[in-house]
Design a protein around this ligand. Structure first.
Ligand SMILES: NC(=O)c1ccc[n+]([C@@H]2O[C@H](COP(=O)([O-])OP(=O)(O)OC[C@H]3O[C@@H](n4cnc5c(N)ncnc54)[C@H](O)[C@@H]3O)[C@@H](O)[C@H]2O)c1
Ligand SMILES: [Zn+2]
Length: 358
């Protein structure tokens, strides 16, 4: 088990990573001493949430459970309203807390409800997907989707504790597990050479979901993200490094109507970004090769994305227009170090994107 203490503008909080952490969860809640706890989860994670509820009840706390439909569609204003109404009905007061048990979907919608209810009650994150453990539970971004916009309605709301129990990973569907490695490789290439080496040396153990190895990986990812968030909690500058692979990645998602998953899209985006970086003489060809090999060893992509290059380029152009012409690409310089804020000539983007989809 490892424990980190992260600092934020609203105070510091523990992140605990390990297996079978019911006691740690109970201790964390006891320390917060809330007047009541409202657990939010989804239909697939319900059995896990019931275990969490049992563990907390043993601390003598009143708990209640709300189960949302599983899937991204729950990141909606309608489900947000359901959570808020639930908190109202349960009479959660300003001393209460919301416990989000689930992946990034539950974390984002429950997090936003916690930020809004009573103008902010404490949030405890119990992430159950690898993506939520390495990414969405850290950094304090909460939100839901608008009718046509992703994550556009949201707030910054830091958790009071994050308990990442790796035992939950056992039941995770293979595609969700695989996709999370796109973000893991992102941290490695953009920020942490040691993580890159660790991943290279341990792909078989990770394919087996070895909890001890996962503990080390999640720890390094959390530390990498925390470092950036500490410098730029509100995402006004340095935090942009976390967008490595996301410029072309988001464009691929948009161009395919979100048929390509986020992880596969980010893997594609990193391949594009690294090739652009080589063409601009910013990094070596060797980086592209090692990154490709590592992504492939995690099954990313499992097959080349089938998408219309023109549509992907149009989506990149749209993003550029929305940012008044300033698309800032995150470019890798060497393994473990990337730089945000690079302008890339349109012709080069066209060439690399077209080739990467051929
Ligand atoms: N707030 C942030 O900083 C941030 C960062 C990255 C991503 N996100 C958001 O996170 C969301 C994606 O998160 P996700 O990939 O965790 O998706 P998710 O929460 O939708 O979970 C994926 C699926 O796995 C199921 N599941 C969850 N845990 C399980 C378990 N232990 N065993 C079996 N099934 C389980 C869920 O019910 C769901 O069907 C997106 O909405 C994205 O925008 C937010
Ligand atoms: Zn991402």
């Amino acid at each position: 088990m490892v424990r980190l203490i992260l600092d934020s503008s609203t105070g510091s909080y523990p992140v605990v990573i390990g297996s079978n952490l019911h006691r740690e969860l109970r201790n964390a809640i006891t320390r917060l001493d809330p007047t009541g706890a409202a657990i939010v989860t989804d239909t697939n994670v319900r059995p896990w949430a019931l275990k969490v509820a049992k563990a907390i009840k043993r601390a003598g706390l009143k708990t209640s459970l709300l189960v949302l439909p599983a899937g991204e569609r729950s990141k909606s204003l309608a489900q947000l309203e359901r959570v808020l109404t639930f908190l109202e009905r349960q009479k959660v007061d300003r001393g209460g807390c919301v416990i989000a048990v689930g992946g990034g979907t539950v974390g984002d919608v429950a997090g936003l409800a916690a930020a809004m209810w009573q103008r902010g009650v404490r949030l405890v994150a119990v992430p159950t997907t690898l993506l939520a453990m390495v990414d969405s539970s850290i950094g304090g971004k909460a939100g839901v989707n608008g009718r046509r916009s992703k994550n556009a309605i949201g707030a910054f709301w830091q958790p009071s504790a994050v308990i990442s129990d790796l035992a939950a990973i056992e039941t995770l569907p293979p595609a969700s597990y695989r996709d999370a490695f796109a973000e893991v490789v992102k941290y490695a290439v953009a920020m942490d050479r040691g993580l890159f080496d660790l991943l290279q040396r341990n792909t078989p153990r990770l394919a087996d979901r070895d909890p001890a190895m996962l503990e080390r990986i999640v720890f390094r990812c959390v530390a990498a993200k925390a470092l950036v968030v500490a410098k730029d909690e509100r995402d006004r500058g340095p935090r942009a490094i976390l967008n490595y692979g996301h410029t072309a990645g988001h464009a691929l998602e948009a161009a395919t109507g979100f048929r390509v998953s986020h992880g596969r899209a980010v893997a594609f985006g990193m391949r594009v970004a690294a090739r652009i970086a080589v063409a601009m003489d910013l990094c070596s060809k060797r980086l592209v090769e090692s990154q490709d090999e590592l992504l492939a060893s995690f099954g990313l992509p499992d097959r080349p994305p089938s998408a219309d290059a023109k549509k992907v380029l149009a989506a990149i152009a749209l993003d550029k227009k929305a940012r008044r012409g300033r698309v800032a690409w995150v470019m890798p310089r060497r393994i473990g170090h990337a730089e945000p804020g690079h302008a890339v000539p349109g012709a080069l983007v066209r060439r690399v994107v077209t080739r990467s989809l051929a």
